[in-house]
Ligand binder design. Structure first.
Ligand SMILES: O=C(O)C[C@H]1C=CC(=O)O1
Ligand SMILES: [Mn+2]
Length: 369
């Protein structure tokens, strides 16, 4: 039986300002969910967003409040081992709130996988890979600093895929910044950009033409999320891969974007999809439509990152790798043992459930009062 559902807000400073077109982050707020079951099993889930309400329509505070007030009472007392029944009740009754649903579903699946003594990946179809290549986002806002950061990551063998956040400056200045970084790194690295919806279609035509000519491998969400027509025209116009991120809010969007031939690649995010199982459906739509996959992040800490890693480990192909670096951007950790990053890869945890343990003393010290 599901006995208790507790939620915690944890504010963690980032290692440096993280500059996106929609916000500059100096801290990340983790919403952690703990599901306690009457058989003594405890499951954890997490949701994060970026810059309060700057990125999405849920804030950390709304996620916590909506879980505490509306979602937890709906499923408390239900059979904890019937995860699908609990989630069906939530999905039938609660509109939207994909991030909150993701955190709850993750916690229920973590508990159930622990109960069955299997890694969470095995409840999602089973893992076909044990380690995932991880991109790093260069977002200091300064070209020389970004190059130095990338060189350091290559040297310590942590990342050789770099995503640059652009869209805040003029197209011309952004292109100059990106191509300077690409020239400095050469063939040692894959360089990609994330415009976070900042360009108009005409900006995008100019910007993408220059980036493609300069050897950039991937263009993420160049135009507004709702402008599927423009995304489709860009996808069809250019050879460089176009990735949908903010346009993709779960399986229905995955289907609509596929029908519109609007993207070469999907950034699969468990929060944006509304949970691990809807995210798996996004990946299945992509596979059936010939769209390639990328494991995306909302800059989660260790719990949400581990959850996404379990999901991505089940994908038969993962052509564009992942960006599961969230914990590395944060100065503090709620896990007793951090996730393992080595040789450019994140190791998918092997223990039962998420395969990570929460240090409750650390959490008590870090949680918002
Ligand atoms: O992809 C996004 O839009 C959000 C996020 C992921 C990595 C990063 O630096 O920001
Ligand atoms: Mn993005």
């Amino acid at each position: 039986m599901i006995q208790n559902i507790d939620t915690f807000l944890v504010d963690v400073p980032t290692i440096r300002p993280h500059r996106l077109s929609v916000a500059t982050m100096n801290t990340q707020t983790l919403v952690l969910v703990r599901v306690t079951c009457d058989d003594g099993i405890v499951g954890w889930g997490e949701a994060t967003t970026i810059g309060g309400l700057n990125y999405g329509e849920e804030s950390p505070e709304s996620i916590k409040t909506n879980i505490d007030t509306y979602i937890a009472p709906l499923i408390t007392g239900m059979d904890a081992s019937a995860v699908a029944k609990a989630m069906a009740r939530i999905r039938k009754t609660i509109q939207g709130n994909r991030f909150a649903k993701c955190a709850i579903e993750t916690a229920l699946l973590d508990a159930q996988a622990r109960r069955l003594k299997v890694p969470l990946s095995e409840l999602l179809g089973g893992r076909v890979r044990d380690a995932l290549p991880v991109a790093w986002t260069l977002a200091s806002g300064d070209t020389a600093k970004d190059i130095a950061e990338a060189e350091h990551m290559l040297e310590i063998r942590r990342h050789r895929i770099f995503k640059l956040k652009i869209g805040l400056r003029s197209v011309q200045d952004d292109v100059a910044h990106v191509l300077a970084i690409k020239r400095a790194l050469g063939d040692k690295a894959s360089v990609r950009v994330d415009v976070n919806q900042a360009w108009t279609e005409t900006d995008a035509v100019r910007g993408i033409a220059a980036l493609e000519a300069g050897g950039i491998d991937l263009i993420e969400q160049p135009v507004k999320a709702h402008n599927v027509g423009a995304l489709a025209r860009l996808k069809q116009r250019f050879d460089v891969a176009i990735m949908a991120d903010e346009a993709l809010h779960g399986p229905d969007d995955a289907m609509a974007l596929a029908r519109a031939d609007a993207a070469d690649v999907y950034a699969v995010k468990i929060t944006q999809s509304g949970g691990l199982l809807p995210a798996l459906e996004v990946a299945t739509v992509a596979r059936l439509a010939g769209i390639e996959l990328y494991g995306g992040t909302m800059l989660e800490g260790g719990i949400g990152t581990a959850a996404t890693a379990h999901l991505c480990s089940t994908f038969p192909t993962l052509a564009w790798d992942t960006e599961l670096f969230g914990p590395l951007l944060l100065t503090q950790e709620v896990l007793s043992e951090p996730l393992v990053y080595k040789d450019f890869m994140l190791q998918v945890p092997t223990g039962p459930g998420l395969g990570v343990e929460i240090d409750t003393d650390k959490l008590r010290a870090m949680q918002r009062q």
